[in-house]
Design a binder for this molecule. Structure first.
Ligand code: NZQ
Ligand code: ZN
Length: 379
């Protein structure tokens, strides 16, 4: 087992009515608040008004930055940071999914500096501080509500890159499963895939940590048990709650404890698909994983057998790969590029962008030949 530090300062408040804790949480962090949100779902389902009520109750002056898009972009971060500087904002409240929360994380560390957020991604600068951040989660998927990661896209360089920073951990996160009732079936399913994928990234990370692997498999089993039922009943509280807890648990440090870190090769290939074709994050992963498994089979053999035995009751690795693909199909997610209307003619463009994004895993190193073969298998 590798040495590890377990550090997670987020105060997570989970359950029906959890939003009621927001006014007390924000009161400790200042009175001038930037509310960050996406393209309108929170106005439609009313979460916006519940949040505003809490902020008013705490006596906050509220400024807003809405319109964050799925696969968020650096321009929004830079513009929102400028708004924060102008109004001397003291805290940020992000209401949404991974795209909104990740943008808010980057906004928080960009406010104190005078350059673009992208300088951090290019390692030209390092965050030195961040405005305190509170999140209100509205879709179960990324785990961003309880971790120090954030991903952002640069459409000019066609890169989508991730970054870890200790200032990114939200101070508070409010998770009410009812807030996810309005997430449509397809995005609910992408969240299942993303949660499974975070487990897989941890599981295939460098190092051996048997107890961690058992936690990881439990989270995956939870997704496979409750996920398909949830897709048949999108407003079932217990199923929404089970998915919400599973998705947070898949990327809050639990599934990499005792390992050097996760692998993240499949995710970095997925980011190329998002930056080129603007496809949802979870949908990229259900396409990448079957191909990644098949191509790396010899290298993954031992670990795949263990997963197969525990999740699918088989030691046959080919069968295990088949079962994963069947699960992704069963929940209505794409498993080939063609399912996302990305044609074979795009192969060269994809390979080129994988090089630009330096797509690779930390444990299972991918050469250009590997990437070529994986893309071929995604076709
Ligand atoms: O923009 P709005 O109108 O809010 O609609 C959103 C968006 O269209 C909608 N939505 C969210 N909550 C809803 C809802 N619709 C109805 N009812 C609700 N309650 O869902 C759509 C997707 O939202 P988004 O935030 O993009 O989804 P997700 O949470 O999957 O986040 C994806 C982003 O997170 C990054 C991904 O790369 C991608 O950019 N990731 C972040 C990670 C992290 N910080 O730890 C790790 C992940 O691996 C991932 O890379
Ligand atoms: Zn992910």
């Amino acid at each position: 087992m590798e040495n590890f530090v377990m550090y997670n300062p987020t105060n997570l408040q989970f359950g029906k009515g959890a939003i009621g804790g927001l006014s007390a949480g924000i009161s400790q962090l200042g009175k001038k608040v930037l509310l960050v949100y996406g393209k309108g779902s929170i106005q439609k389902n009313g979460i916006y008004y519940l949040v505003i009520n809490q902020l008013k109750k705490a006596g906050c002056e509220v400024f807003e930055y809405g319109g964050i898009r799925p696969n968020p972009i650096m321009e929004d971060v830079d513009a929102a940071a400028a708004l924060c500087r102008k109004h001397e904002i003291t805290a940020i409240v992000a209401v949404g999914g991974g795209s909104v929360i990740d943008s808010a994380k980057y906004i928080s560390v960009t406010v104190p500096v005078r350059h673009s957020v992208w300088d951090f991604l290019e390692n030209k600068a390092k965050p030195k501080s961040g405005l305190p951040l509170i999140t209100v989660l509205t879709v179960s998927a990324t785990g961003s509500e309880m971790n120090g990661f954030a991903v952002i896209q640069n459409n000019k360089t066609r890169q989508k890159l991730g970054y870890f920073c200790p200032f990114f951990f939200p101070r508070y996160s409010f998770l009410d499963p009812e807030f996810t009732y309005s997430v449509p079936k397809n995005y609910t399913a992408y969240g299942l895939v993303d949660t499974m994928s975070h487990c897989l990234e941890g599981y295939f990370g460098k190092g051996e940590s048997p107890l961690t692997d058992k936690f990881t498999l439990s989270v995956m089993r939870e997704v496979m048990e409750s996920g398909p039922k949830l897709l048949e009943n999108l407003q079932d509280y217990d199923l929404r709650a089970r998915m919400m807890f599973a998705s947070t648990s898949a990327l809050n440090g639990l599934v990499i404890a005792g390992k050097v870190g996760g692998d993240w090769g499949a995710h970095s290939i997925g980011h190329t698909l998002s930056v080129l074709y603007d496809v949802p994050h979870g949908a990229t992963l259900s396409v990448v994983y079957p191909a990644w498994f098949k191509h790396l089979l010899d290298r993954l053999y031992k670990k795949m057998s263990f997963i197969g035995e525990n999740l699918f009751n088989t030691t046959n690795v080919a069968e295990t790969i088949y079962e994963f693909e069947a699960f992704f199909k069963k929940i209505g997610c794409p498993v080939r590029l063609a399912d996302m209307n990305i044609g074979k003619d795009k192969k060269e463009e994809i390979i080129k962008n994988l090089m630009v994004n330096k797509a690779n895993g930390n444990n299972f190193i991918l050469t250009e030949e590997d990437l070529n073969a994986i893309v071929e298998m995604m076709m």
